[in-house]
Design a protein around this ligand. Structure first.
Ligand code: SF4
Ligand code: SF4
Length: 499
């Protein structure tokens, strides 16, 4: 069937600048550019372009540019280009439209409607360059009270995990991303003093040495879960849901299940890795409690257990149940959370923004007097240090980042991760493509990002006259709303700016 889809993007080649070096031909895994030897000309197929920008960045003479195809459809507010494009695609394939990365729809971004406080005359600001600022955060359940006799604490304290900045790398599995990408995340977390997360794909044997800064996931597919995997980790995470695709399972296509991926996941090579939507042994909070305690028992009660859920309408009630089920940490993943592959219709229409979820979960746990029982890690599209500090003021203990980490490594958000072809060497198992990501450089870029954001958080804290991130946690008086309705402010628990 001849496709009726017009190209989404248009490649502009400046022939005066092009030296026919064919760098673009070699760099594009989607085979957009070809060299015609007979005519001695470089040609480009707009229809194959995904706007990953690899050729643009690597063209030695800056001869290339990629723009959105301006004339593909007549303008129409209701029948937008994307809507028509999806209908044509489904009319031609009869399938579910897949996508990668996070929700890109124009839902309100509440971070951009919240502003931070700053000290002026009384309680003056602190200069973070000259005075110590504490970003260290302890993840884990805190006791209701401490019994101290003499110089000794008699209360049994559950396992605590210190992190030097309230920013962790979120779950991205080996299989969905390359080993080089995971290696960079593991090294950067280890060198900076924070944690990275295996995702649901198991732990590659080369990464066991980073176990002390690793969160390992136990997901419904139980890929790669065995005693050594659990012992190696610092934190165990039960994955119930994911912000990009709440309520549905995972699917790693067989083409991405290479020999090392199959060994790490403990599944046959080339077979699709399907994680069911539910854990088939969890249908209640009591069932969840059994798995929490099975994991604690298996690791001698030495490791905190985290339960990760997608942010949905009743997250607050679910979080209360999770805290009561004995979890030490709750990870809450919002509407804009990324993914290697998800049905587009789910990614773009299911779940709630993380800002509202953090506020409602923190409020509920405080109202029930159990906020101390769990640490709260928020996830889902954190873009800057300002988003992070606002999340902490709303009530999170720390934040998971994934998309920002990938962008730091070179990702250009083309959303084609599900194809297995990533021209930046990140979301691929193709040995030719994955070699493009230099793990040493990627590690340095991730460390730089963590350092930059941490310095900025210290600056903002200092400006508020606060010298420890601990003192800001859940202190919503340091936030004010700009341009929100009363209903939105009520959920967020913040006052109107000027009030
Ligand atoms: S990389 Fe640039 S200079 Fe080289 S062939 Fe492609 S467009 Fe021409
Ligand atoms: S990871 Fe690669 S394929 Fe995925 S959005 Fe980024 S550049 Fe594109």
């Amino acid at each position: 069937m001849k496709t009726l889809l017009p190209p989404e993007f248009k490649i502009i080649r400046d022939e005066a600048k092009c030296i026919k070096c064919q760098v673009c031909v070699r760099q594009c895994g989607f085979e957009v550019h070809t060299y015609d030897e007979e005519e001695d000309v470089v040609l480009s197929n707009n229809a194959k372009c995904v706007a990953c920008s690899r050729c643009v960045k690597f063209c030695p003479t800056s001869a290339l540019n990629v723009i959105k195809n301006p004339l593909s459809y007549r303008e129409n507010t209701n029948w937008r280009q994307e809507v028509i494009h999806d209908i044509i695609k489904q009319a031609e394939t009869g399938g579910v439209i897949l996508t990668g990365m996070g929700n890109d729809k124009p839902y309100p971004i509440y971070w951009d409607h919240l502003v931070l406080n700053a000290s002026q005359v009384t309680n003056p600001p602190i200069d973070p360059l000259r005075e110590p600022m504490e970003l260290r955060t302890y993840l884990g359940s805190k006791p209701d009270q401490l019994v101290i006799k003499g110089k000794h604490v008699k209360t049994k304290i559950p396992p605590q995990v210190p992190i030097e900045t309230p920013i962790l790398f979120s779950a991205m599995s080996y299989g969905s991303i390359s080993l080089n990408a995971q290696l960079a995340l593991a090294r950067a977390a280890s060198e900076f003093g924070t944690l990275w997360n295996t995702g649901e794909g198991g732990l590659h044997k080369e990464l066991y040495k980073y176990g002390s800064t690793t969160i390992v996931q136990v997901a419904s597919g139980r890929f790669g879960v065995h005693p050594d995997y659990l012992y190696a980790a610092r934190v165990l995470e039960i994955k119930i849901g994911q912000g990009a695709k709440p309520g549905i399972g995972g699917h790693l296509p067989g083409e991405k299940v290479s020999s090392p991926v199959s060994r790490t996941r403990m599944i046959p090579k080339g077979t699709d890795a399907l994680s069911p939507a539910p854990h088939h042994d969890i249908y209640s909070i009591e069932d969840l409690a059994q798995l929490v305690y099975a994991l604690k028992e298996a690791t001698n009660y030495q490791k905190p257990v985290c339960v990760k859920i997608a942010a949905v309408h009743n997250s607050a009630a679910i979080a209360s149940g999770i805290a009561r089920a004995g979890a030490d940490i709750i990870a809450l993943d919002g509407l804009r959370g990324g993914t290697g592959a998800a049905p587009k219709i789910i990614r773009d229409n299911v779940g709630i923004p993380i800002e509202l979820a953090i506020a409602s979960v923190d409020t509920r746990l405080r109202q029930e007097g159990i906020r101390n029982r769990v640490s709260l890690i928020a996830a889902g599209g954190f873009r800057s240090s300002a988003d992070v500090i606002k999340a902490i003021a709303l009530g999170a203990d720390a934040v998971y980042i994934a998309t920002a980490a990938l962008v730091a490594m070179g990702c250009h958000l083309c959303q084609k991760c599900y194809t297995g072809i990533c021209n930046w060497g990140i979301a691929t198992q193709d040995p030719y493509l994955s070699k493009r990501l230099n793990p040493d450089l990627a590690t340095q870029r991730l460390i730089n990002l963590l350092r930059g954001w941490s310095l900025e958080i210290k600056e903002m804290l200092g400006g508020m006259g606060i010298n420890a991130i601990e003192s800001l946690r859940g202190n919503r008086l340091h936030l004010r709303a700009v341009g929100l309705t009363q209903a939105e402010m009520d959920v967020l628990g913040v006052r109107q700016a000027g009030a």
